[in-house]
Design a protein around this ligand. Structure first.
Ligand code: GH3
Ligand code: MG
Ligand code: MG
Ligand code: MG
Length: 315
């Protein structure tokens, strides 16, 4: 999944439903589509399909809908098959599917739920009931989406968290190995941060971490680059398809950009302002190396930067 950076201050609005959730209505009878369209048109964005194949291509080739109202009996692909196919594709597996059907047999209902449907509504539909059920399942879906996003975000800085970094490292390692391309890792540690906390307090320390995080985030614009909080006052930047010649100037610019923030650090033996040290490692992944080697190499380079006086880059 691609990850969107969401600062903590912007997370709260996600807790409410989008203004116009996207509904896909699938039915081979236009009259049935029309009935549902009338119920939902005022406060939903509606997409329509009159057969199963059309429904699948709408979901897979466009922006997937938030919820699908799916007929069962249709010529060609029937609703149960469509639902099963949606569930096997990670792009669409989380979209709630509500079956809307003329079938009333409990066996049909069981099959529909087993195919992955979250609900089963019989035609003719009662507008109030269908609205209430759609609302319930949309709410559950958005809460679920939000939890998934939060599970991968660091609460203090809004950056990707360690869990996200670990997963992405595995993914990018495999991708770069397939493409025979270099994978760069920058490991960053704030200099004398314990002394900073001692001098200015933990809250000022937290603000500092946010400022450094924002500086890192601003420095890496490519969609494939990942900036994450690795631990307390340590950050990482994972840069796929980036060799040492490309990584080095970025790392230098980063160290300069943090120093240029001019955050006072009067207790620092290194400089009068807050600084970072940075270690670079670059590996072209192959079977004899592992992602852990990349982390260890970046860590060793960082250690060297600390040894050599901090506020600098080592590789
Ligand atoms: P060095 O230059 O060698 O890295 O020195 P340092 O003092 O930065 O290193 P050390 O690892 O000893 O200290 C890290 C400090 O980071 C200790 C801890 O209090 C602080 N820290 C870690 N996480 C947080 C946080 O979330 N908020 C704040 N305010 N401080 C944190
Ligand atoms: Mg039908
Ligand atoms: Mg540290
Ligand atoms: Mg430190």
């Amino acid at each position: 999944m691609t990850f969107k950076y969401i600062p903590p201050s912007q997370l709260a609005p996600l807790l409410v439903l989008p203004e116009r959730p996207r509904l896909l209505i699938v039915d081979d009878q236009p009259i049935n589509i029309q009935t549902l369209y009338r119920i939902f048109q005022s406060d939903h964005e509606i997409f329509m399909a009159t057969d199963g194949q059309q429904a699948l291509s709408l979901c897979w080739n466009g922006v997937p809908p938030d919820l699908i109202l799916l007929d069962i009996v249709m010529p060609g692909l029937d609703g149960l098959t469509v639902c099963r196919q949606l569930k096997t594709n990670p792009l669409t597996s989380d979209i709630p599917v509500i079956f809307v059907t003329a079938q009333t047999d409990p066996n049909d209902e069981t099959r529909a739920l087993e195919a992955g449907g979250v609900d089963f509504i019989t035609k003719p539909v009662n507008p109030a009931v269908v609205r209430a059920r759609v609302k319930t399942h949309l709410t559950l879906k958005f809460q679920n989406d939000l939890l998934r996003v939060l599970a991968f975000i660091d609460g203090l800085t809004g950056l990707a968290n360690r869990r996200r970094f670990d997963e992405t490292l595995q993914l990018e390692w495999r991708r770069c190995r397939r493409n025979d391309s270099p994978l760069a890792l920058l490991m960053i540690d704030i200099d004398h941060f314990k002394l900073y906390n001692d001098r200015y307090g933990h809250q000022a320390g937290d603000s500092c971490l946010q400022a450094v995080a924002a500086t890192l985030k601003a420095a890496f614009g490519r969609a494939q680059d990942l900036v994450a909080r690795y631990g307390g006052e340590e950050f990482v930047c994972l840069l796929p398809e980036c060799d040492h010649a490309a990584a080095k100037p970025k790392a230098d610019a980063l160290v300069q950009a943090v120093a240029a923030l001019g955050l006072p650090h009067e207790s620092s033996p290194t400089a009068a302002t807050l600084t970072i040290s940075l270690g670079i490692a670059v590996i072209i992944p192959n079977v004899s190396r592992s992602p852990e080697d990349l982390v260890m190499a970046a860590d060793a380079a960082l250690y060297q930067a600390k040894q050599q006086g901090r506020n600098q880059v080592c590789s």
